[in-house]
Design a protein around this ligand. Structure first.
Ligand SMILES: Cc1ncc(COP(=O)(O)O)c(C=O)c1O
Length: 385
């Protein structure tokens, strides 16, 4: 069977699904505020809905979209790209198509635990490579290289930029690529936050490194986070090796067959290079502005939270210095004030919370962060006292 069924509950997704439509103040999102279609048109996306043919279309994805995505990576062509229903489906197809029961794999931690759960369901032998705050939440490269030498894993799975830490790997990936070449491991990187770097330039994708090193590299990505279009459910898999795409496509025959053609029509317009760049600038502008607001609000509420300032992403991870039970804390502030944040427990990081910083209006953000700090102080610290 290509896919077994012992899927662990997906803490983060279920936590959000049960609360995000009723929350009064939504601080659980990891991408920037979604746009409306008319806003998209306003920034230059030319979408011609009337001519969209509502057939199944190309099950691998519209060639025009695949070509635009191939050009975004550079040096690959449309046959190296598969369009999926969100990055979530991309990750699922990669695990189901490339990993067999018993395969040794190394997974970047902490992480958005979709790939981790899928690997468990697939009965892979999973080793966790834990990042540490002492190292700015960067990958433990020496340890990873050591593990790769010893275990010769089938694959290493990374998330870069990382969720929930917001850390960005730059030069460290070269050392991993060099080792992957020696031990013949696949390098699979979830790059859904790529383009939302707040500090510094966007580093090369893993596919760019695959030009220099003789490795099989896989990048998954999508329009949900940086581009503010999660409702389109458009994601993709790109690889320097076409055979990888073939294997993922073979699984997709069983999952969703093809992407939504309406969504593809929007995505083609969004990935026109100048529109894409405008959306990336929008995202970085929103997050930079909100980080400033967050710092100001924190000044007035000292001792409530200790954030690790992110290098990328529309979220920040913060230590709660006065409790380890952030599950209970997140539940209380939701039940009593309708404020939704993500408990660190969903990332195996009790004592932390992840806070969304992707709202387009800084006025709203200031109100939301202030209410959050007040709730943490009154409900959280109050209860402790
Ligand atoms: C690292 C990572 N990958 C994938 C996803 C799912 O993204 P999508 O909405 O494109 O399916 C998320 C969502 O939070 C994520 O954080």
């Amino acid at each position: 069977m290509p896919f077994p069924y012992e899927l662990p509950p997906f803490c983060l997704e279920r936590w959000q699904s049960e609360r995000e439509t009723t929350a009064k103040i939504l601080l659980s999102e990891s991408g920037v505020e979604p746009l409306t279609l008319s806003e998209l048109k306003g920034i230059g996306a030319e979408i011609d809905f009337d001519s969209v043919d509502l057939g199944y279309g190309w099950t691998r994805g519209d060639p025009r979209l695949r070509k635009r995505i191939a050009e975004y990576y550079g040096d690959i062509n449309e046959d190296n790209v598969l369009i999926t229903n969100g990055t979530a489906e991309a990750n699922l197809l990669v695990v189901a198509g490339l990993i067999k029961p018993g395969d040794i794999v190394i997974v970047d931690m902490p992480n958005y635990k979709q790939v981790y759960g899928l690997l468990q369901a697939r009965s892979a032998e999973v080793y966790e490579a834990w990042r540490s705050p002492k190292n700015g939440w960067h990958l433990p490269v020496d340890e990873l290289i050591d593990q790769m030498r010893k275990m010769k894993p089938r694959a290493i799975f990374l998330t870069n930029p990382n969720n929930p830490t917001g850390a960005v790997e730059r030069d460290s990936l070269k050392a991993l690529a060099e080792e992957a070449e020696k031990v013949h491991s696949l390098i699979i990187v979830d790059e859904v936050y790529r383009g939302l770097e707040i500090t510094g330039e966007t580093p090369p994708s893993i596919l760019e490194l695959a030009r220099k090193y003789n490795i099989i590299a896989v990048s998954t990505g999508g329009l949900s986070k940086v581009y503010g279009l999660p409702g389109l459910r458009i994601g993709w898999i790109a690889s320097n090796v076409e055979g990888i795409i073939e294997r993922a496509w073979a699984v997709k025959d069983y999952t969703s067959i093809s992407p939504s053609r309406l969504s593809e029509a929007v995505a083609i317009a969004v990935f026109e290079p100048s529109v894409r760049r405008r959306l990336e600038e929008r995202a970085r502008g929103i997050v930079k502005a909100n980080l400033e607001v967050f710092k100001q609000v924190l000044e007035d509420h000292r001792g409530v939270l200790e954030p690790w300032w992110p290098e990328a992403g529309a979220f920040l991870l913060a230590r709660v210095p006065w409790t380890k039970d952030t599950w209970e804390l997140a539940q209380s502030i939701y039940a009593e004030e309708g404020i939704l944040v993500n408990p660190g427990e969903c990332f195996d990081l009790p004592g932390t919370i992840r806070i969304g910083i992707g709202h387009a209006s800084q006025e709203y953000s200031r109100m939301a962060y202030t209410k959050l700090m007040e709730a943490l102080r009154n409900i959280g610290i109050g209860k402790k006292a």
